[in-house]
Design a protein around this ligand. Structure first.
Ligand code: FMN
Length: 317
């Protein structure tokens, strides 16, 4: 298929409705610009960046692509005000917000001409995002890597629920790594798909090589949603996971779990490559990956898988 256009490609001004998720310790300017150059939407993950680091990544991304790109902003981040200022000063075209209330910032960002998308894990929050003025929502299911909803709603249930609850376009996320899966979520009414885990295992991802290699060897059942009392997060079952699950079994308090997590756990795991003591965020769909590839090639493979599925919807793998 040469030309494809829908509400998501039009909203962002991109070729394919393929969104690379903003991810701490994985998606800097190299990954984001490679995805945008390939026709998807690349997103810089601001959550692991100091404000001035974010500015540097935005500028480098802009120098590396003339296509639209975005920034992902977890709203609970302590430096949120400084991040918002930088995004506005640098005139970033698209902002994906997550982990917080979209009411606070959406109208300010939209007042500066930005397209604003909020990540949700329930139809209730999708409606709140729509009421706050968001242009689209990401519906992120239980399978997803990283922080996740408490409701544990799987993508298969969440996507049609959110599509039925809002009028703005819905981007599906959680468990999607192939073009045929993207076809499946679009058959459920999504207008595009966001890929996190798939792009962690890319050449341009800034994660540590040991982490990327590990991701490509994971099997079904090798990740778990933990820290549900604190903020639920899907992690690889490693030494740190064992400590957390033992503490949870013993009925650890929120404070004890926060102490166990400490500071810098995710950096230690995903950026510094400590596979035992670090926090390793990745989704269930790591079990479907077969290698580390250049990000542009990943976009091509997803798109050809999608178009093939569109032509032969009932053909099995
Ligand atoms: C390593 C990693 C880091 C992530 N960091 C963030 C983040 O900083 N902000 C955010 O909104 N989501 C974050 N996520 C979630 C992704 O944005 C995305 O929604 C999710 O990965 C989609 O599910 P998938 O992993 O099955 O593709 C992260 C996911 C991973 C795997």
């Amino acid at each position: 298929m040469t030309d494809f256009s829908n509400r998501i490609t039009e909203l962002f001004g991109i070729k394919y409705p393929i969104i690379q998720a903003g991810m701490i310790w994985a998606s800097g300017w190299r990954l984001a610009s490679a995805v945008s150059n390939a026709g998807g939407l690349g997103i810089i993950g601001a959550g692991s960046m100091y404000p001035e680091t974010l500015r540097e990544h935005i500028r480098k991304c802009r120098a590396a692509t003339d296509r639209p790109f975005g920034v992902n902003l977890p709203l609970l981040y302590p430096d949120i005000g400084a991040h918002i200022d930088i995004i506005m000063e640098e005139k970033v075209p698209v902002v994906f917000t997550s982990a917080g209330n979209p009411k606070t910032w959406t109208s300010i960002l939209k007042g500066h001409g930005m397209v604003v998308v909020h990540v949700v894990s329930s139809s209730k929050f999708a409606v709140k995002a729509e009421e706050a003025g968001c242009d689209a929502v990401v519906a992120e299911g239980f399978e997803a890597g990283g922080h996740n909803g408490r409701e544990e709603t799987t993508s298969l249930v969440l996507i049609p629920a959110v599509v039925g609850a809002v009028k703005i376009p819905v981007i599906a996320a959680g468990g999607i790594v192939t073009g045929r899966q993207m076809f499946a979520v679009m058959a459920l009414g999504a207008s595009g798909a966001q890929f996190g885990t798939r792009f962690v295992a890319s050449e341009e991802s800034s994660s540590h090589d040991r982490f990327k290699q590990l991701v490509t060897t994971l099997k079904e059942g090798d990740t778990r949603l933990v820290l549900k009392q604190l903020t639920p997060v899907r992690l690889v079952r490693n030494g740190f996971y064992d400590q957390v699950s033992a503490a949870e079994l013993k009925g650890a308090t929120e404070g004890e779990l926060a102490d166990l997590l400490g500071r810098g756990r995710s950096k230690k795991g995903m950026f510094e490559g400590d596979l035992e003591e670090g926090e390793l965020e990745i989704g269930q769909a790591a079990a479907l990956l077969d290698g580390i590839l250049p990000a542009g090639r990943i976009v091509e493979i997803i798109w050809s898988g999608f178009t093939e599925a569109l032509a032969n919807p009932l053909k099995l793998f």
